[in-house]
Design a protein around this ligand. Structure first.
Ligand code: IPD
Ligand code: CA
Ligand code: CA
Length: 259
């Protein structure tokens, strides 16, 4: 079978445009009353009208241009058997969003044979567009970003998240949190894994780890972090995505604390 060639550099601004459109949908609901907050897995896992509309918009844009591509999207699942696959988190940080907190974003990645090739994370409230094409570096609003070479835990400000199963499963990252919190300058819980990855890529944070995430949370952000020069390590192989991202000098120090 002939393999389709895609000019990813030319595609990037198109995908950034889709992300901006999705961000406009987020904005149209942000801090309004008609969010229609629904429960998903449990009380700690929610979805809103904005998540669903954002996802519909992104999928329709993909289908207009690449009708044969596969799609994995958080709210509507997986479809297609093509080697090119779009991985979409239509609104990452839904709990923040539903509270009126401004840390939320849309995350879109394009993979080939399971390897991310292009990633875009757009935070509309912050007007921050993080982007990467494999092998071409990462950018924030068009300017190159590089993960700084910090290597001391005492100077590091890091971030993590807690799994939605934390209430019934004692294996819930709080042990890692306790070990890391006493070693670093600061630890944050910000509520958007995709943005945490991008903030680590840009050096606004020095590291991020979280366990049991989904591919849509991390596909774009992990590529952006990798392209910015961060180490991207998957701990707990065989489980859902458990990821640690930091500058290469800091990774072994964080790895020693996180299991
Ligand atoms: C969630 C956020 C959060 C992380 C959760 C994710 P959602 O995604 O990324 O930071 O801790 O594990 O599920 O539900 O807001 O798209
Ligand atoms: Ca998410
Ligand atoms: Ca989401």
């Amino acid at each position: 079978m002939q393999t389709e060639t895609i000019n990813l550099q030319q595609l990037l601004p198109v995908v950034e445009g889709w992300a901006r459109e999705a961000g406009a949908i987020h904005f149209s609901y942000f801090r309004k009353r008609d969010l229609a907050v629904d429960i998903k897995a449990n009380d700690y896992d929610v979805v809103t009208k904005a998540d669903k509309e954002s996802e519909r918009l992104i999928i329709s844009r993909i289908k207009e241009r690449f009708p044969h591509h596969s799609i994995l999207a958080e709210e509507s699942g997986e479809s297609g058997g093509d080697r090119w696959q779009w991985v979409i988190d239509p609104l990452d940080g839904t709990t923040n969003f539903s509270q009126g907190l401004p840390l939320f974003c849309v995350s879109i990645a394009l993979q080939y044979d399971g390897v991310p090739q292009l990633g875009v994370v757009f935070a509309p409230y912050l007007d921050e567009m993080y982007s990467a094409v494999r092998g071409c570096g990462a950018t924030l609003n068009g300017k190159p970003i590089n993960c700084p070479p910090k290597n001391r835990l005492a100077e590091a400000v890091v971030t993590t998240g807690l799994p939605v199963s934390r209430h019934e499963n004692p294996d819930n990252n709080l042990d890692n949190f306790a070990r890391v919190a006493v070693e670093v300058r600061g630890v944050r819980l910000r509520g958007s894994a995709a943005l945490d990855l991008c903030y680590t890529a840009a050096g606004f944070l020095d590291g991020f780890w979280e366990m049991d995430l989904h591919l849509w949370d991390i596909a774009a952000g992990a590529l952006i972090a990798e392209e910015a020069g961060a180490d991207v390590v998957y701990f707990r192989p065989g489980r859902p995505y458990s990821i640690l991202v930091a500058s290469p000098a800091l990774t072994p120090r964080l790895s020693a604390l996180i299991r």
